[in-house]
Design a protein around this ligand. Sequence first.
Ligand SMILES: Cc1ncc(COP(=O)(O)O)c(C=O)c1O
Length: 447
Amino acid sequence: MPATSGCDEGVDQALVEKAMDVGRIREDFPILGREIGGRQLVYLDNAATTQKPRQVLDTLRTFYETYNGNIHRSPHLLGQEATDLYLQAHQNVARFIGAEDEREIIFVRNSTEGINLVAYSLLSGGSDQMGLAPGDEVLLTVAEHHSNLVPWQMVRDRKGVVLKFLDIDDEGTLDLEELERSLTERTKLVCLAHVSNVLGTVNPVREIGKLAHAAGALLLVDGAQSVPHLPTAVKEMDCDFLAFSGHKMLAPMGIGVLYGKRALLEKMTPMLYGGDMIADVTLDGASWNELPWKFEAGTPNVGGAIALGGATDRHSGRRLEGAVDYLNRLGMDAVRRHELELTARALQGLRAMPGVRVVGPPQAERRCGVVAFQVEKDGAVCDAHLVAQLLNDVGIAVRAGGHCAYPLMRRLGGGGTVRISVYVYNTVSEVDTFLGALGEIITHKLL
Ligand SMILES: Cc1ncc(COP(=O)(O)O)c(C=O)c1O
């Protein structure tokens, strides 16, 4: 890996010492060999979705080539094997986030569906089930992704629940005193992203959980941008719910996770109804299956779940490596350290460029590997899409626009931002390539 001298601002060098072998990691990602317009692809859009390593792609293929059968109650071997592999995927994901057991892991499509599951469940919960009542309060922040905002607006409109929003300061930080002041005896739920997909801020969810619980409220954490990048321990965090997406952590699209504390999930009504989620059905009604199946109606994405969690064929001993295995092998502490190094480099480089305004905390260690910025020229904010397009012309993939966080973009003063976001296979030299290309664009190409 290239040396980091002169670009180590904000990073503890002792932590960086045990660096990951990124060159070796890159060999696992076939897509990184692509060229875009004759240039080597530099993929810096990992907050949108990550690339997939060969091991995970092999698992998906192996599942369909060798084990494909529908799960639960299959009398034949394929169905039994698929059921066992699918259960193991639940168990491995539970271990990865430090959950009590697999009953707390519900496979969904993505973070959005996980949050919707909680919202719909609390919307419909009756007197004997956990639910929200008119006048109850849900506390959010102005920085939420639409996935953790629009479902709650739906609950507000249908149930008469009151939504309250915590503001951020100029560095994209929440004020915990404001949080404390905002909590009332009517607050039933505090919902926020652990890591903002625009500001990159790592929010102090543990402290927020303590305050929420002291006020009698539950804590839902949107982990879409944190679980892939930080060591996660739900028991220490003491969150009641945690939603995250497989595709943002090396797994295929279409598989995600809702973690929920078992005692709560037991008291909640399902969001989807149909096969597999029932214990019994008569023409008059139905009773629900045990956890987690109660919340997994219909045929789930079995192959995707195994590609996320990993599993072992108990008869042959063959390992189907999941994204979680891959990340465990790297070590989430090492992933964090690597991203800190890249983030610090990007922040320092961007800050040195005239007309570039980075949003979010100035220090790398207060962030994950998301860095969004605006470019100003002659007193006006340049079109973020134009900047992204010009970067794309030289093979650099970044995001531009409102990042599914329109209220936050308005709060930041309007106009979209350009966003880079890094992951395990990105290198310091890729960050430098991006900085060099942006410098060129600012100097020579922007009108
Ligand atoms: C903070 C945050 N929450 C939720 C989501 C939604 O994720 P998904 O589209 O996988 O449901 C995203 C996606 O970018 C995100 O960044």
